[in-house]
Design a protein around this ligand. Structure first.
Ligand SMILES: Cc1cc2nc3c(=O)[nH]c(=O)nc-3n(C[C@H](O)[C@H](O)[C@H](O)COP(=O)(O)OP(=O)(O)OC[C@H]3O[C@@H](n4cnc5c(N)ncnc54)[C@H](O)[C@@H]3O)c2cc1C
Length: 413
């Protein structure tokens, strides 16, 4: 913490910005230096400080990975309430700054619902410890623009075993109807893959799943009776929504695949990846509107983040040569699909650099105004990860924002 305070002191004197970086898995450009700046590598702040059974909380340094925390909790028959699928390298502090939602959020909420305390070094060098939700809002989803988080206290759950049931659908709209009915079983998580992603899993991991859209519903189960009721309810939903059950034999393998989203690529293949949350009711129409020409190359994976919203990860699989600048126009293609989703009521999963200027679509205008006011109060020299959350001006074209520039270039492809 002393080092971070010192770094802010130097940054304020020299006006050279600091850019916090932990696991660097975010993909939204929050850890990139846009103009000039010093990267603050936080990965050494990785101690688990305390597990407190009485108030069901754990206190950690910010760069503890979800995987390390889960290992420590499991030893005491405890578990994470929710976590991102980047469990092995994504960190707690990074997830807070990203405004994360993930597996388990359907039951336990997003990261803000799990927070009990946050210690932050503010850009003016002062250290604050916050315990209220309205204060957490100044850091959750703020991409490290308002301070560097140095300690986190968050809730855990008792390790009640999860039971999973998987089923498939022929078409996407039937699958979405099936998803919306999963609320009837109060699940821990609902996760799905489109048919092309299933085909990829079969091809690359040797699975033999039917080539159909796949859903996995998970629930914490304590008693046999509870499991029986869970199964009966899901079987009824599957029957009524024209789905087909998958044998339990495959379940553990499928469940493990939630951490393997990149490992299914073959040589010379690459993902261009984008993520957008979209109201469930518009999901089918949106998927239908994606280009048919490259349909088979669009692998979709998603989770329900609430009973009315799904978070869809669009993976465009391409043979790419990353040394060729032309390949990057394909990134803009995925960006365009996300903008399309935003037009019909969706929102990007985080801001960062690429979605700077979209904070209000995620959290609302009022919260954006509060955040901006707070930023101005605590960071008078704008040295804490500037150019993120709010869209920076493009250097060559100072009158337009990066958001507008990407939109214009995107239209050309
Ligand atoms: C395969 C894969 C799967 C993913 N799955 C999910 C998912 O299911 N759900 C989800 O929400 N995200 C997901 N992500 C995105 C990302 O992995 C998570 O949000 C992760 O928790 C970010 O942590 P990080 O340590 O990598 O953060 P980084 O990428 O290092 O940083 C992210 C942002 O946080 C800021 N930051 C980092 N640490 C601090 C700190 N201590 N104080 C202040 N600011 C800080 C950085 O400046 C940056 O703006 C996934 C990413 C990948 C690659």
């Amino acid at each position: 913490m002393e080092d971070i305070k010192k770094a802010f002191e130097i940054a304020n004197k020299t006006k050279i910005p600091l850019i916090p970086r932990a696991g660097a898995t975010s993909g939204h450009g929050g850890t990139l230096v846009y103009k000039k700046g010093i990267i603050v590598d936080l990965t050494k702040l990785n101690r688990i400080i305390d597990i407190e059974l009485m108030d069901q909380s754990v206190t950690v340094e910010p760069a503890v990975t979800f995987h390390d925390l889960e290992k420590a909790l499991t030893m005491q028959s405890l578990a994470l309430c929710s976590y991102p699928s980047s469990i092995y390298s994504g960190t707690i502090g990074g997830w807070i700054a990203q405004g994360g939602e993930g597996i388990g959020s359907l039951k336990y909420g997003s990261i803000i619902d799990l927070l009990l305390g946050l210690e932050v070094v503010l850009p003016d060098g002062s250290v604050k410890y916050y315990t209220e939700k309205e204060d957490f809002e100044m850091f959750v989803g703020a991409q490290g623009t308002t301070g560097i988080i140095t300690k986190v206290k968050l809730k855990f759950r008792f390790d009640i075993p999860l039971k999973h049931i998987a089923f498939t659908f022929d078409n996407f709209s039937d699958m979405l109807k099936g998803l919306s009915r999963c609320r009837e079983v109060e699940p821990f998580s609902v996760w799905f893959l489109n048919k092309h992603k299933v085909d990829y899993l079969n091809k690359t991991l040797g699975y033999i799943l039917p080539s159909r859209h796949l859903v996995i519903v998970s629930k914490e189960i304590s008693y046999d009776e509870e499991e029986k009721e869970f199964r009966e309810k899901i079987y009824k939903i599957v029957r009524e929504e024209k789905g087909q059950l998958i044998s339990d034999y495959y379940i553990q393998g499928i469940w493990k695949a939630r951490f393997k989203i990149f490992s299914i690529l073959k040589e010379m293949e690459n993902y261009i990846l984008g993520e957008v949350s979209i109201p469930l009711d518009y999901g089918a129409e949106y998927i239908e509107s994606l280009p048919k020409k490259i349909d088979k190359k669009i692998l979709i994976e998603g989770i329900m983040v609430s009973f009315s919203t799904v978070s869809i990860i669009l993976n465009l699989v391409l043979k790419t040569d990353q040394s060729k600048i032309k390949q990057y126009k394909k990134f803009l293609q995925v960006y365009k699909w996300i903008l399309k989703a935003i037009k019909i009521g969706g929102f990007p999963s985080a801001t960062g650099l690429w979605f700077g200027g979209y904070y209000h679509t995620i959290y609302g205008k009022e919260r954006e105004e509060k955040l901006l006011k707070f930023k101005k109060e605590v960071d008078k020299n704008n040295i804490c990860n500037p150019d993120k959350v709010w869209s920076p001006k493009v250097k060559q074209l100072p009158l337009i924002s990066l958001k507008t520039a990407i939109k214009i270039i995107g239209e050309l492809f």
